[in-house]
Design a protein around this ligand. Sequence first.
Ligand SMILES: [Zn+2]
Length: 227
Amino acid sequence: MSLDFMTLSESNTDSYSIGEGLKEESQVGAIETYTAAEFKRPVNKPAIEAAVRTILEAVGENVERDGLLDTPARVARMYEELFSGLRLDPSRHLETTFPEDYDEIVLVRDIPFTSMCEHHLLPFTGVAHVGYLPNGRVVGLSKLARVVEEVARRPQVQERMTQTVADMLEKRLGTKGAAVVIESEHSCMALRGVRKSGTLTVTSSLRGIFRTSPASRAEILSLINKR
Ligand SMILES: [Zn+2]
């Protein structure tokens, strides 16, 4: 477990390990920095193909051999899919809401995702738990999974992914409180460097009442941790 927490304490983000409790305030500014025009920017597949050929040659491969002939085009199509979240506004899924008197926690647990570590361009895979305290309006439950799915399709670090989803809940839904906890395994830790597989990294972002009220925070975290 020490590895997870080392990762977290080295980063200056608004992310915490649940096991260690909640610590200092965020040192990071605006999360959602993509403009409307950037969402529509298409993927330049020929440029990706050329880059993949360059990498293959640089590691000493023969890009003309049969097995590699279609690889650059295949990788370009794959990146287009894996990074499609850069051209979308995932928070649009939170636009349609329903008036509801329900004023208790709504939590969707274990939303599976795969995202791409921006430091190594290797996947990290895990689950997200997304909860909020409604402020008179609720959103369709599947929409929370949609938001996670699209936010995941960007190069990023887990800490920022956690904050991005929490930001969207807070800003688009106008929640009284938002809580996002992400648990994932990073292939960059399993395959290279320290080579620790099976290590889970946990990040959380708590907003509104989940940050200000210890009772509310304890309630959401116990719901998230219930197994
Ligand atoms: Zn990495």
